[in-house]
Design a protein around this ligand. Structure first.
Ligand code: SF4
Length: 454
């Protein structure tokens, strides 16, 4: 009997596009509901209460899917197969399958087949030199296109006048990109259409907002929604621009980590390097189609930056990536606040945030502020007040930067507004100001100044 695959846990857009790509490859698939606090509580009630929360969020979504199917537990378990990338370990809590078996058994789903995907299995798609449309590459295109949706949303939401219009454009784009994937067609054209449509939404690109870098354990930062206390939405609602981790970075890191392991021989190392380059090219192609110009840093460069403070050979959670991204943002003056989100019970992320990043940023003059949030489905008012507190200093810094850039420009407010392009098009390279409006103004006046002197 052909079983329906249960797929989810990578964020709204990535889940939908991944399912579409699998359908296009002829696979019967059911998209799991977004991991929720209700699912977490239900799973935790039947599991080990000290287990880190990603394990319970993941299996909680399966419990909710089984209930929503209307099938008996036995029938659901017999007709479905849960495909998952497992934990973000290795760490002492990463034995997710044991925990899942306990919870599923207690809920009458003990027969549900579990398929753990090797997180480096995607490397097989790069074994052949020639670019082709193999199922593996289509799946990668779906995941990277999901990253593009997230990046486009982050690039526009703080400035749009009407959020509902942005939501509608993203929803429509998601359907169009998913349809292309199901048909086995390129996703470039629908992403281009999405970008044009989204940037046509009226907004105020001169709005002064603080800039926040989100780091943390990968499962929480990529799954979006409840597993990270919906922190991105909350930050944006509080008036912040947020830079978030991407799946493509995680995949590149997997390839790089394999390439430096002593057991990796020359042929396989070449495949890893090809994968790193191929993923970077895929990101550039799809992101630029949608009008997103966010650079992707090479994993070797990230590892080199983190090495003096956190050896990349230590694995678990986001490993050295949190440190590398925070230091990179500090060097580029790219953010006012680094926010580390960790799930309940995550030892690697706790040790990293509390033990390495906090003192590192505190002792560096001019470093961004640093805050930590443990996401555990607890008081939402507490989360809001912690974020407001963390954003206060960041907001003041953004306002101060804009005032500085505006004064230096010698323009009137109306002239300054007209100089800012209608939408941010990405601000690559080192910045003078973390505030995007201030930086765009500084770059625009520098360019027009150069023009005048020619
Ligand atoms: S890294 Fe953290 S969240 Fe991931 S399995 Fe380990 S303890 Fe759990």
């Amino acid at each position: 009997m052909v079983k329906t695959l249960l797929v989810g846990g990578l964020g709204r857009s990535r889940d939908a596009l991944l399912c579409a790509a699998l359908r296009g490859a002829g696979v019967a698939v059911r998209q799991l509901p977004a991991p929720s606090d209700a699912g977490l509580r239900r799973a935790r009630a039947f599991g080990n209460h000290g287990q880190c929360s990603p394990a319970h969020y993941a299996v909680g979504a399966v419990l909710e899917a089984a209930e929503a199917s209307g099938l008996s537990g036995d029938t659901f378990a017999r007709t479905h197969r849960w495909v998952t990338a497992g934990s973000c370990g290795p760490c002492r809590l990463a034995a997710f399958p044991l925990e899942w078996a306990k919870v599923l058994g207690a809920q009458g789903l003990s027969g549900l087949e579990l398929e753990l995907i090797d997180q480096r299995a995607f490397l097989a798609a790069f074994e052949a030199r020639a670019l082709g449309r193999s199922p593996g590459r289509v799946v990668l295109a779906a995941l990277v296109a999901g990253d593009v949706f997230s990046a486009l949303e982050r690039a526009l939401r703080p400035w749009v006048a009407d959020e509902a219009s942005l939501e509608a454009a993203l929803d429509r784009g998601l359907v169009e990109v998913a349809t292309a994937l199901e048909r086995g067609a390129s996703v470039v054209a629908p992403l281009r259409t999405l970008g044009v449509r989204a940037r046509a939404i009226p907004g105020d690109a001169a709005r002064v907002v603080p800039r926040v870098l989100l780091v943390g354990e990968p499962w929480s930062t990529l799954a979006e929604g409840d597993p990270c206390d919906d922190v991105v939405r909350r930050l944006e609602a509080a008036g912040a621009e947020v830079e978030v981790p991407r799946v493509v970075e995680w995949l590149q890191t997997q390839a790089w980590q394999r390439s430096v392991e002593p057991s990796c021989e020359a042929v396989e190392r070449a495949v890893c390097h090809r994968a790193i380059r191929g993923l970077a090219a895929l990101w550039r192609l799809l992101a630029s189609a949608a009008g997103v110009f966010e650079p992707l840093e090479a994993p070797a460069a990230l590892a080199a930056r983190a090495t003096p403070f956190y050896p990349p050979s230590i694995r678990g959670g986001s490993a050295h990536l949190e440190v590398a991204r925070a230091l990179g943002a500090m060097e580029r003056r790219a953010v006012h606040l680094v926010l580390s989100v960790k799930p309940f019970g995550c030892l690697p992320s706790s040790a990293l945030s509390d033990g390495v990043l906090a003192p590192l940023l505190r002792r560096t003059p001019g470093a961004p502020a640093f805050a930590v949030l443990e996401a555990n489905a607890t008081g939402q008012a507490t989360v809001d007040s912690r974020l407001e507190l963390a954003l206060e200093r960041a907001t003041l810094a953004a306002v101060e930067e804009f005032e500085h850039a505006f004064t230096a420009s010698g323009l009137t407010l109306a002239e300054a507004r007209s100089m800012l392009s209608p939408w941010p098009h990405g601000l690559e390279g080192p910045r003078r100001y973390a505030c995007s409006a201030a930086e765009r103004l500084a770059r625009a006046t520098a360019v027009s100044g150069e023009d005048r002197t020619r």
